[in-house]
Every structure is written in structure tokens, then in C-alpha cells.
Design a protein around this ligand. Structure first.
Ligand SMILES: Nc1ncnc2c1ncn2[C@@H]1O[C@H](COP(=O)(O)OP(=O)(O)OP(=O)(O)O)[C@@H](O)[C@H]1O
Length: 239
């Protein structure tokens, strides 16, 4: 039997914004159906790692292998078509469009040649959105906006979802609900890369965590490994 390898393998990427280098040889991997988390303090390079994978800020060195193909220099549209979806931190909802219209637009521009999610599928996973399908994007709460942003990305039918700080700015009860929804997404077999500051959220969802500091991976392990090592939590995560 052939063992199925990692779906995504990031190998020693170096990424910079102009003259300012942010990532120094970051490597990680995500096997099919896994959720991995990128954690670390503000400004350590979590978003930049996702932007590098998505081709928004392509790495200057290193490889981003997706199902055996190096996608590091393909550009975001092609990477999206290959099955990777990015949910950015700033939830860019069209305020004048209804919830359903925000989703429908993403459906029409979904990955070429792929079946996009149906209305029933997306509302089955996000029942909270079904109830407000005719509400304008501009009047949604933060939690509703976050659900909508994730649901919109799913319309393109990705196999890997990059989720950038989904819990940021949300009330604790809404974070719990979001955690449940992301857990349900994972249970459908979707692979997930989660950048998060909320450790509880990470512990509940991730199979593996990568701690970043100054653009380098300093620790890799399971949530249980991390929990068992207070020194690491203190050194890299607490303020
Ligand atoms: N467009 C940009 N131009 C120049 N520098 C940038 C740009 N975006 C981010 N940076 C810098 O890159 C570094 C890493 O930022 P990044 O957003 O990847 O970190 P992060 O770990 O996601 O933190 P946060 O949680 O604050 O978003 C920071 O020092 C940031 O100031």
C-alpha cells in the first residue's frame, strides 16, 4: 500500500516585503485532512507564511509543494484553482449585498472545472447563515461576518483552507461557535492551516502546532506536547 504523503509541504521559504525580510527558512507540512496551527506573538510571520503559500507574497527562496507540484511562483489565481482557499484576517464582505449574494458571487468565480458548493451544502454547514440569508452584509455582527467569509471561500471548493486569525475580535461565546463550525469543516476531510493567537481554539482543533518567532519555526509538536511544556508557552506565547 502506498502511504499518502503530505498534501502541502512548505520547504525552507524565505519571504520579504521589499527590503524587509520576514520569513527565514520556514518549513511545515499538512497531510490530507489535517489541521495544523501557526502560533506565536504579533508580527512573527503567521500571515506572511499564509500569503507565501497563497502566492500573494511569493517566497524568494524555498519551495511550496502542493500534491507534489511546486506552486511557489504560480500566483494566487492559479493556486486558488489548484484547491487552496485563503480566508484573510480582514473580512472583506460586500456591505450592499445580501448574505446569499455574497456567497453566490464567490460561486460564479469558483475554481474552474470544479463543482462549487451548492446552496444546501453551505447552509448545512453554516445554519447560522441560512437564517440571515437575505440580510445585508454591512449589518452583520463580527461572528456572522467571519462565518460568511469562511463560507464564501468554501464556495470555490478548496481542499486546503488557510484561516488567518478567525477568532480575532469575537466574543467568547461566538468563538466557541466558530470553533465548533471549523471542527465540522475538518470532519468533512478539509485540510486546514490555522493562524491563531487563541490557544484554546488551537488546542481544540489542531493536530500539530508550529510556533513561530522572528520568522522561524521554534517548536513543532502536538497540542498535548505544547501543554506539557510550560517553558515553551512562556517563552514564545505569553506576553
Ligand atoms: N505589507 C507589508 N510590508 C512590510 N512589512 C510587512 C507587511 N506586512 C507585514 N509586514 C511585517 O512583517 C512582519 C510579520 O508580519 P505578519 O503579519 O506575517 O505577522 P503575524 O505573525 O501574522 O502577526 P499579526 O498577528 O500581527 O498579524 C511584521 O514585522 C510586519 O510588520
Amino acid at each position: 500500500m502506498v502511504e499518502r504523503g503530505a498534501d502541502l509541504k512548505v520547504d525552507g521559504i524565505h519571504t520579504a516585503y521589499g527590503l524587509s525580510q520576514v520569513l527565514f527558512g520556514v518549513s511545515l507540512e499538512v497531510k490530507a485532512g489535517e489541521c495544523i496551527a501557526l502560533i506565536g506573538r504579533n508580527g512573527v510571520g503567521k500571515t506572511t507564511t499564509m500569503r507565501s503559500i497563497m502566492g500573494l507574497t511569493p517566497p524568494r527562496q524555498g519551495h511550496v509543494m502542493w500534491k507534489g507540484q511546486d506552486i511557489a511562483r504560480l500566483g494566487p489565481h492559479r493556486i486558488c484553482r489548484l484547491g487552496i482557499g485563503f480566508v484573510p484576517e480582514d473580512r472583506r464582505i460586500f456591505p450592499e449585498l445580501s448574505v446569499w449574494e455574497n456567497l453566490d458571487i464567490a460561486r460564479r468565480t469558483g475554481a474552474a472545472g470544479k463543482t462549487t458548493w451548492s446552496e444546501e451544502q453551505v447552509f448545512a454547514l453554516f445554519p447560522d447563515l441560512a437564517e440571515i440569508r437575505d440580510r445585508r452584509g454591512g449589518v452583520l455582527s463580527g461572528g456572522q461576518q467571519q462565518m460568511l467569509t469562511i463560507a464564501r471561500t468554501l464556495m470555490g471548493n478548496p481542499e486546503l483552507l488557510l484561516l488567518d486569525e478567525p477568532s480575532e475580535g469575537l466574543a467568547p461565546l461566538i468563538v466557541d461557535l466558530l470553533q465548533q463550525r471549523v471542527g465540522e469543516l475538518k470532519a468533512t476531510g478539509l485540510s486546514i492551516v490555522l493562524a491563531e493567537q487563541n490557544l484554546q481554539f488551537v488546542m481544540a482543533l489542531a493536530d500539530r502546532v508550529y510556533i513561530l518567532e522572528k520568522g522561524e519555526v521554534r517548536f513543532t509538536g502536538t497540542p498535548a506536547d505544547l501543554k506539557a511544556d510550560e517553558r515553551i508557552v512562556h517563552q514564545y506565547l505569553t506576553v
